[in-house]
Ligand binder design. Structure first.
Ligand SMILES: Cc1cc2nc3c(=O)[nH]c(=O)nc-3n(C[C@H](O)[C@H](O)[C@H](O)COP(=O)(O)OP(=O)(O)OC[C@H]3O[C@@H](n4cnc5c(N)ncnc54)[C@H](O)[C@@H]3O)c2cc1C
Length: 375
């Protein structure tokens, strides 16, 4: 019997399995398809706390701490797993093309002095990225942000966890939980029972299924939000940093390609990119960097972001069910938040007192929205 059973092999589950194995616990990781088969394998991999987590106190602090962990973490994962997560501390240029956009970026610089953000005039921004659109008004330079390869990071977490003794089972779906009274004692899977001392559910956009597993009427309020992203043969010379426009971003990849992302669509569990979404991204990308229109189109993909009602992840104990933790609802930031999420799960699993801000992420904040174990 494993000390901990982690359900879901996206970036959150694989990171949790790694952190738990690092604590010396025996870990079993179950994935219905393959690691990184869903949102985590589609993600642009940007590490952008200043644009994604601004204005939300606990989330911003959590995200900044996570960002700071990436250099050492990626070196360790590469060493253990043999997979390079392709961490690039390239910085990000947040570009303003409208008066409203400029005002928002200037406010952000004032609000986040600890992030060393620097306002660049139109001329300075064009020196940094000469191909920028004629509509350019200026840009905010964020030197500490960067990106990883989401799919490689996820597989590196899983590989490192296995190297530390975790057992990875792919093609195995959890269909229910084993319970004794209010205590969860393992999972019922497509391959039989898997008893465990603790179950950690990291099933991304599918986290709402937990209600059915517990036989409860209510569910974690996690909903799928489709994101489509394009891959183009990158411009020459390649972009020096991430470019964030007001409604599109461009991410240079090590292989010379360039990602253009991303849509935000409510389409249930349909994870196919729509024609309208692809068209909107191409138009917005070329408006930000006109030379993009001449680049070869390599493909479009989409994934389901796990959205939550308040934009914060749900990390922690599930009310009414002992021996059960949830880590889901990371929406646009699962890759960025994976190191700190994994640390928090490992702290909770080993009985360490979680930090003050962990309360902001507790699933119990949704009260009746969270499931309770069958009596
Ligand atoms: C286009 C796009 C761009 C993005 N860009 C970024 C970015 O730049 N930076 C960033 O930080 N984030 C980004 N994100 C968000 C990020 O991808 C998600 O927040 C993150 O991948 C969520 O990880 P997860 O592990 O919770 O979910 P997933 O990656 O969806 O993993 C959940 C896993 O659980 C498995 N599962 C579900 N049910 C079961 C079951 N019953 N039994 C067994 N396994 C099960 C699934 O098969 C799946 O593999 C982006 C997302 C999209 C779609």
């Amino acid at each position: 019997m494993a000390d901990v059973l982690v359900v879901g092999g996206g970036v959150v589950g694989c990171a949790a399995a790694f952190a738990l194995a690092r604590e010396g616990l025996s870990v079993s990781l179950l994935e219905r398809d393959a690691p990184a088969a869903h949102a985590s394998g589609v993600a642009a991999g940007m590490l952008l706390p200043t644009s994604e987590a601004r204005g939300r106190g606990p989330l911003l602090r959590f995200a900044l701490r996570s960002l700071a962990l990436f250099p050492e973490l990626c070196a360790e994962l590469r060493e253990l797993s043999g997979i390079d997560p392709e961490y690039e501390a390239c910085g990000a240029l947040h570009v303003a093309t409208s008066e409203v956009g400029e005002a928002a970026l200037r406010r952000r610089a004032a609000d986040l002095p600890e992030c060393e953000l620097e306002w660049l005039t139109q001329e300075a921004a064009r020196r940094a990225e000469p191909g920028l659109a004629p509509a350019l008004r200026g840009a905010l330079w964020s030197p500490r942000e960067g990106h990883v390869h989401g799919e490689r990071l996820t597989r590196a977490y899983a590989g490192a966890a296995v190297q530390l003794g975790a057992r990875l089972e792919t093609g195995v779906a959890v269909r229910g939980l084993l319970t004794r009274g209010e205590r969860v004692t393992g999972a019922l899977t497509s391959a039989g029972e898997r008893p465990a001392g603790l179950v950690v559910v990291c099933t991304g956009a599918w986290a709402g299924e937990l209600a059915g597993w517990l036989g409860a009427a209510c569910r974690p309020p996690v909903e799928p939000v489709r994101g489509a992203i394009l891959s183009l043969e990158g411009p020459r010379p390649p972009l020096a940093s991430i470019l964030c426009g007001e409604d599109v971003y461009l991410v240079p990849r090590r292989d010379g390609s360039c990602l253009v992302g991303a849509t935000q669509e409510r389409a249930g569990f349909d994870a196919r990119p729509s024609a309208g979404g692809v068209e909107a991204l191409l138009r917005a990308g070329a408006a930000l960097l006109p030379e993009l229109a001449a680049c070869a189109f390599l493909g479009a993909r989409a994934g389901l972001r796990p959205g939550s009602p308040d934009g914060l992840p749900l990390i922690g104990a599930v009310p009414g069910a002992r021996g059960l933790l949830l880590a889901a609802g990371h929406f646009r930031n699962g890759v960025l938040l994976s190191p700190e999420t994994a640390r928090l799960i490992a702290d909770l699993a080993t009985g360490k007192e979680p930090g003050e801000e962990a309360r902001a992420f507790a699933p119990e904040r949704f009260g009746a929205g969270a499931p309770s174990a069958r009596a």
